[in-house]
Design a protein around this ligand. Structure first.
Ligand code: HEC
Ligand code: HEC
Ligand code: HEC
Ligand code: HEC
Ligand code: HEC
Length: 449
């Protein structure tokens, strides 16, 4: 009798142990609770990938993904934000940037935080968001703050599987497999939605804006993913919501088979200044092209001295501006000239310090410290005080009181302008002075009286 009970208990224990082993086996290796730890030499240098994928490599070179760590604006803003913080929640946030900006370094142990000595970062860790990071992603744990789960190979001797859009290819150097994740906006969205790590404040919401917008249509004919615009762009083809997005026929390596579309890897958004700092005129021009096909502006007289300016987000797949909407500046400049061409009224003009006057009509977000005071340092952002960005496909309308009222022969011009960052933030950053950043005309309209 006693023996029987003992055997039963033993059997139960054995069963439980097997169940546990089974569970560990079944759970994906990068389950949410586990931090990924890899060795740097597991990841392959982008140069190696570029030996075969030469065109893709040339496109990715000097892209914001390639520069995500070296970007002098980013590194200085990150070091600047960290200065003088005392509250634990502020410090945790200010230290967290490397998870997205230096992702290969982060998953291989250095840097783990912004205060780590950046000059000691080794080899490809400094190469930003690279080939062998995106193409070894196998899953996502959360849709913000970079929830990518990786499965890298063992360096060049055993490159492992590179995941991508093809389901019919067997390259020699590496294994390849189709990945639905890579065809989905989610692979972008997990980094392009940023939440404050301590306070949960929404700092960047590009993915959520897209997710709630018309381009995330259940109808496959109307659905346009991030890739559908940003990985269709190439010189001469801005590929926005208001322009055609033709396929880019070609091959993934010079010898590979012809395919109807090869996804481009320029990853151009709106930033034309950063590529200029790295002497990349092509990507700078592509950012300008994207901005010039993002919005429309119209102008009409409401009363004899009141003008109505309407700005419509016709080309972006998300709000305008998106990303760092607290820094990005999209604003209206209005100029009234008399019959001889003299300026008689003007608003939204940069002053001699390269700053915009207080009363400028600007579309952006402003963060607060939780007590209603505006903050520039996102580490202190506990709330959103105001949000005047223009959602996908929507318009914003603003009234301007003109003084003097336009008369016969006068001309009124409204321009929509963009720059990546205010000069007063650049002026506070440590190191060599930065700027002035380029100001890009997105759209303009004129009315003659
Ligand atoms: C930010 C992530 C990211 C980075 C960095 C990246 N890729 Fe890609 N790549 C993608 C995605 C996503 C696709 C597929 C897009 C789709 O199917 O919608 C893709 C497609 C590809 C393809 C299939 C052919 C094509 O272009 O359609 C190859 C080959 C490729 N990438 C190689 C590379 C190489 C080489 C690098 C580095 C020079 C690189 N990728 C960097 C995300 C990335
Ligand atoms: C979850 C991923 C993620 C984290 C964490 C993150 N960023 Fe970013 N960062 C982004 C993305 C995505 C962009 C591009 C958005 C854009 O261009 O508007 C960006 C762009 C920037 C830029 C603009 C660079 C330029 O050249 O204009 C700065 C500056 C920046 N981040 C600073 C920081 C700092 C400082 C931290 C930490 C406090 C941080 N980021 C943490 C994803 C992240
Ligand atoms: C020796 C040449 C060579 C090298 C080096 C190389 N690839 Fe490839 N890769 C290929 C070929 C060939 C294909 C198949 C192209 C096709 O079928 O159109 C391919 C396909 C791919 C695909 C598509 C896989 C799919 O199923 O969709 C990705 C992603 C990719 N490579 C990424 C990389 C990355 C990342 C590196 C560097 C770590 C790299 N490749 C290095 C030759 C190479
Ligand atoms: C590992 C995180 C990560 C992933 C994954 C990622 N991004 Fe980014 N992306 C960033 C960061 C960080 C920056 C800004 C880098 C810098 O500061 O220079 C950026 C910049 C950009 C920019 C340039 C923004 C500008 O201001 O001009 C575009 C466009 C972009 N990403 C699109 C995409 C698309 C499309 C995908 C998916 C195929 C994607 N990203 C996937 C982190 C990521
Ligand atoms: C319908 C086309 C379209 C789609 C879809 C789209 N974008 Fe964009 N994107 C644009 C245009 C146009 C701009 C330039 C205007 C602007 O800055 O918003 C842009 C700009 C950006 C910028 C730079 C913003 C800034 O001012 O710093 C980032 C980052 C970005 N896109 C990421 C994404 C991501 C991530 C997705 C998917 C969640 C996505 N985009 C989907 C058209 C698109």
């Amino acid at each position: 009798m006693q023996n029987k009970i003992r055997i039963q208990i033993l059997a139960t224990w054995c069963g439980l142990i097997f169940l546990c082993i089974g569970l560990v086996w079944v759970l994906p290796s990068g389950a949410p609770t586990k931090e990924m730890v890899f060795k740097l030499d597991q990841f392959i240098d982008p140069e190696t990938c570029g030996a075969c994928h030469d065109e893709i490599m040339a496109q990715w070179q000097n892209s914001m993904h390639h520069l995500s760590h070296k970007d002098p604006v980013y590194t200085r803003v990150a070091k600047f934000y960290l200065q003088g913080l005392t509250e634990a929640g502020h410090i945790t946030e200010a230290e967290s940037c490397v998870k997205c900006h230096t992702p290969v370094g982060y998953v291989t142990g250095f840097p783990k935080k912004v205060s780590d000595e950046f000059s000691q970062i080794e080899g490809i860790a400094a190469q930003g968001i690279q080939c062998d990071y995106c193409h070894v992603a196998v899953d996502i744990t959360k849709m913000y703050n970079n929830g990518l789960v990786l499965s890298p190979g063992q360096g060049e001797d055993a490159p492992g599987i590179k995941y991508g859009p093809f389901d019919d290819t067997e390259p020699e150097f590496h294994d390849a497999a189709f990945s639905k994740l890579h065809t989905d906006s989610k692979i972008c969205g997990t980094c392009h939605d940023v939440k404050h790590v301590a306070f949960g404040t929404d700092l960047e919401t590009t993915y959520t804006e897209w997710e709630n917008g018309p381009y995330n249509s259940p109808d496959p004919e109307k659905h346009v993913s991030c890739q559908g615009c940003h990985m269709y762009q190439r010189p001469g083809v801005p590929a926005t919501g208001s322009t055609p997005r033709p396929e880019n026929p070609g091959s993934a390596t010079p010898d590979a088979k012809q395919r109807p579309h090869i996804f481009t890897h320029y990853f151009v958004g709106a930033n034309s200044g950063l590529p200029q700092m790295f002497s990349d005129k092509e990507k700078s021009a592509m950012a300008v092209a994207r901005l010039r096909h993002a919005a429309e502006i119209s102008l009409e007289m409401e009363k004899e001295n009141t003008a109505r300016v309407v700005v419509s987000n016709t080309g972006a797949g998300h709000s305008l501006p998106t990303g760092l909407a607290d820094m990005r500046q999209v604003w209206i400049e209005l100029t009234l000239t008399d019959k001889d061409g003299n300026i008689v009224y003007q608003t939204g003009v940069l002053d001699k310090n390269n700053e915009l006057p207080e009363n400028t009509v600007i579309f952006n977000t402003i963060f607060g410290d939780g007590k209603g005071n505006p903050v520039i340092n996102i580490a202190k952002a506990k709330e959103i005080l105001s949000d005047t960005r223009i959602p996908v496909g929507k318009s914003a309308s603003r009234l301007f009181a003109l003084n003097p009222a336009p008369r016969r022969g006068y001309t009124l011009t409204a321009r929509l302008l963009y720059r990546s960052m205010p000069q007063k933030i650049l002026n506070q950053l440590p190191g060599e002075p930065l700027g002035p950043l380029p100001v890009v005309e997105m759209a303009a309209v004129r009315k003659e009286f």
